[in-house]
Design a binder for this molecule. Structure first.
Ligand SMILES: C[S@@+](CC[C@H](N)C(=O)[O-])C[C@H]1O[C@@H](n2cnc3c(N)ncnc32)[C@H](O)[C@@H]1O
Length: 232
């Protein structure tokens, strides 16, 4: 088992983590939880698509603080039917220390109970992917390591992707043509993605990989975001 790689973090006002390695924030400075709803859930048609789903799988590039996972899980718990299962599979090269996750998430009291459950599991994270049963209807798998390797080696398929690398100019590997192709190859027919960035080359990589891409108004005054559907 290899040792996990770590990023160097600094902290901005409001317990907002900042990546020194990439020179970027982990989520919207306005409100990361609202951004999750607008960009990642809204762009993938959630929670509405859960109405008709049996098992539903979400893939994420960049677990970070776990905010997207926790907010998705919180919403899922409120909406799900009795026989439905959600799997959340997230690819993360530099997993944060539990104490840093706790500090970042302390900003959202709505998530305190679920954050505690995540932090109970977190010390078990290794570079060998393991599915954690977060409750009887929710699985979480954090795949530690470079996303391109992780996605290529993943033998699942997602119904929806949260593309949440740092800004493309600062973190181009997270938006490369190869990675976007690997994502598309591991998307169910009719499956979707959403991203807060509308950078032209990212859009083109996703189109070349097989997604029909749409621009929408972004979160908190950002002009645009993108989302898209893979041909059924
Ligand atoms: C914008 S943050 C993700 C925020 C996260 N979704 C959340 O809810 O807090 C981007 C994440 O991508 C990770 N990352 C950057 N480059 C990566 C790579 N090549 N492979 C996998 N993860 C990477 C960073 O360590 C960081 O945690």
């Amino acid at each position: 088992m290899a040792e996990l790689k770590r990023d160097e973090l600094s902290w901005l006002e409001g317990d907002m983590p900042f990546s020194e390695r990439f020179g970027d924030h982990f989520y919207s400075r306005a409100d990361g939880r609202a951004e999750c709803h607008h960009v990642f859930m809204g762009g993938n048609g959630l929670p509405e698509r859960w109405n008709n789903a049996g098992n539903f799988t979400i893939g994420e590039l960049g677990f970070g603080t776990g905010l997207n996972f926790l907010e998705t899980w919180r919403t899922w718990r409120a909406c799900r039917g009795p026989d439905q299962m959600l799997d959340f599979v997230s690819f993360e090269a530099y997993p944060m220390e539990g104490a840093a996750i706790a500090r970042a998430l302390s900003r959202w009291p709505e998530l305190a109970e679920l954050a505690e459950l995540l932090l109970e599991k977190w010390p078990a994270l290794t570079d060998e992917p393991d599915r954690w049963a977060m409750d009887g209807q929710t699985g979480l798998t954090v795949v530690a390591g470079e996303a391109l390797n992780g996605v290529r080696n993943w033998n699942g398929k997602a119904d929806a992707w949260y593309l949440d690398g740092f800004a493309p100019a600062k973190n181009p590997e997270m938006w490369s043509a190869d990675l976007m192709q690997a994502v598309a190859d591991r998307t169910q027919p009719g499956g979707t993605f959403a991203s807060y960035t509308a950078a032209g080359w990212v859009r083109r990589n996703l189109q070349a990989a097989g997604f029909a891409v749409e621009k929408r108004p972004g979160h908190a005054g950002k002009r645009e975001m993108i989302c898209g559907v893979k041909d059924a």
